[in-house]
Design a protein around this ligand. Sequence first.
Ligand SMILES: *Cc1c(COP(=O)(O)O)cnc(C)c1O
Length: 419
Amino acid sequence: MSEQISPQDRRAPEQGAAPGYAERYGTALLPVFGTPQKILARGEGVHVWDTEGTRYLDLLAGIAVNTLGHAHPALLSAMTKQMGTLGHISNFFASAPQIELAEKLLELAQAPAGSGVFFANSGTEANETAFKIARRTGRPRILALSSSFHGRTMGALALTSKEAYRAPFEPLPGGVEFLPAGDEQALAAALAPGDVAAVFAEPIQGEAGVRPLDPEYLRALRRLTREHGTLLILDEVQTGMGRTGHWFAHQAIDGLQPDVMTLAKGLGGGFPVGAVISFGTEVHDLLQPGQHGTTFGGNPLAAAAGLAVIGTLVEEDLLAHVRSAGARLRNDVLGLGHPLIEDVRGSGLLLGIALAAPVAKQAAAAALAAGFIVNAPDDSTLRLAPPLIITDQELATFTAALPGLLDAVATVSAPEGEN
Ligand SMILES: *Cc1c(COP(=O)(O)O)cnc(C)c1O
């Protein structure tokens, strides 16, 4: 996503795409994303098809978004029904689905009395909201972690560690400092003056290559932020909504509860929905009436999508499935004993296959050519974040193909310094 692509490359017709589309994409869209890998035409269940009619097993789910895969009947019917009843109303009004989804999220988050929800449309907007909540404490400093990713709008970008993402857009909102993730001493020292509004953290750093924070460090984060009256803001945009086999990744750790949690990606199952949950009475009134808002956030259609996703996860007992399927996939991949496979990080169905050489981008391309959609968040990690409905058998087709894919890239020597 971060590569620089020359205008010539961008405009070169993509092999395999329908005649004209790749070129038209390059002409009609801003060059922010580089050349699309394929032009996709439709999806059903865990598969998508490109405009050539080639089928792919979708092991990325639109980056941990398509919780129920593609065209799931429950999501389709709930959204169709809602759109035919009441789609959008503005936040001058409220709707039953919005209130029900907020209540449901509070219940799933085991949020205490006095907690509340704000709906947004994306992960970055959810984090902007959390940023504004943090500012309202009146404290000047905000901490984020090395390798963090919180989004691309200015506030969320200020919290994102990658220099290449931030530098072109400075000045960004100030007061943000980055701490080495996992370093408890650095955390304690940074919090000691008592002037830190909030610490932002992802339980598993997805964009950084699926790197979980050490549970001990997460516990220390909770303990130390509480000690110093600092908010712990967990960004569960990628890890939330069942992705790790828990409703929210932090629930894997007994007794750990943030002060604020942000959600998006999987919440709407493909429809853009973001949410911010504030826990307890102390955070509840930091944002006063009129201090924040959104036109679309939490509209009935978005809420219906969220309710359908949650309802289906419950009805089909998918969290238990995610835990078992994820554990099996991890074991099977490690069990391949392939020399290029060093480790499998992550949990549930958010896994990063750590490679022993910087060939992840080539391996992802080879996977695509073989009919599997995965991605390479960095040079040496393959990320898997399939729909949560995927079966063990479907996952096994990838495990079976993986050694061949890795052998193929291992024999093609990686270009020096390739990124
Ligand atoms: C994807 C992501 C975001 C940004 O979400 P958008 O919907 O793309 O704005 C923020 N935080 C995390 C952890 C993410 O994975």
